[in-house]
Design a binder for this molecule. Structure first.
Ligand code: 13P
Ligand code: SF4
Length: 302
């Protein structure tokens, strides 16, 4: 990425000076993902690795809920968010008050909350999950029924994989909800033998039309392991750019839906965060203690 070299060099120097690491989600653009990130992955990997790093400062090249999760598992570290406006349509679909009302409607039913939520919502939950471990987390509770929030499509995908009854919410990812089953069938007609792999935030007809469904990391691992000659990754489109830079001899068919929140994170903003040590993510200590318990319960499930 020669055009970005001065910015990348400055960020690498600042990281050393500040004892900082950059965590980047799989949806970040290649110059961030391959150029300055120390740790990359899906939401689950970022949460696990934020807890393990020895660095004093974490810069989250992702969205706000990911920075909050990093702060929850590493409260002693400074967590910087290069653009505080980087949100998530799932996180804004539900509040702590909504969960309190659901608990009144379904007394005694445990609440499993997708990590794509605010700390305030996690604080009202029994346990968190990600797209990579949702079925395992639901089944780890040993109950017949769970409230599963907030993604309605992830909930219906989980319901198909388990006998546990799933009570869901109406949240949706504004990026994945745009894909349709008809679009996938059109790509199959246009690109012979294309292998379709999809993220479980997609609508059910898209998942039914896919060959493999998994978290962003599971999707990448699938391509690395199987090396299909032609692949369609039904998810945010920077991910195909990142994998294409690494995996040779695979043709990536790329419908392009971008996450506007992820795309708010840029090299100049990462550099500025490291120069000014702002903006910093903070969480009310009482909310944090309860939210941390829900995240840690998830991390304890092997
Ligand atoms: P993953 O945990 O699969 O990376 O998903 C996070 C996300 O925001 C997908 O839209
Ligand atoms: Fe949220 Fe969807 Fe963006 Fe992921 S892709 S951060 S779920 S809006």
């Amino acid at each position: 990425w020669p055009a970005f070299a001065p910015e990348i060099d400055a960020i690498r120097r600042l990281k050393r000076e500040r004892n900082a690491v950059v965590l980047a989600h799989n949806y970040q653009t290649p110059e961030i993902f391959h150029g300055v990130a120390d740790i990359v992955g899906d939401s689950l990997a970022l949460a696990r690795k934020a807890a393990e790093t020895d660095a004093e400062v974490i810069v989250m090249a992702g969205v706000h809920f990911m920075a909050e999760t990093a702060k929850l598992v590493s409260p002693e570290k400074k967590v910087l968010m290069p653009d505080m406006r980087a949100g998530c349509s799932l996180a804004t679909s539900i509040t702590g008050e909504d969960i309190r009302l659901l608990r009144e409607a379904y007394p005694g039913v445990p609440v499993v909350t997708y990590v794509n939520t605010s700390a305030e919502v996690k604080a009202e939950s029994d346990i968190c999950c990600t797209s990579g471990n949702a079925v395992k987390i639901v089944e780890s509770l040993g109950v017949d029924r769970v409230i599963f929030l907030p993604d309605t499509y992830l909930a219906s995908y989980v319901a198909k994989q388990t006998d546990v009854e799933i009570i869901s919410w109406h949240g949706r990812c504004e990026v994945h909800e745009r894909f349709t089953g008809e679009e996938i069938r059109r790509y199959r007609r246009g690109y012979e033998n294309v292998v379709v792999i999809a993220h479980p935030e997609c609508p059910p007809d898209v998942l039914d039309a896919a060959d493999f469904v998994g978290s962003t990391a599971q999707m990448i691992d699938h391509v690395r392991a199987k090396k299909p000659p032609r692949v369609l990754m039904v998810t945010e489109c920077s991910m195909s750019d990142n994998v294409a830079a690494e995996v040779r001899d695979v043709e990536f068919v790329r419908p392009c839906n971008l996450c506007p929140h992820m795309k708010l994170i840029t090299l100049p903003k990462i550099r500025r965060a490291l120069e000014t040590m702002e903006p910093e993510v903070t969480i009310d200590p009482q909310v944090a203690a309860r939210a941390r318990a829900a995240v840690e319960r998830m991390l304890e499930v092997k």
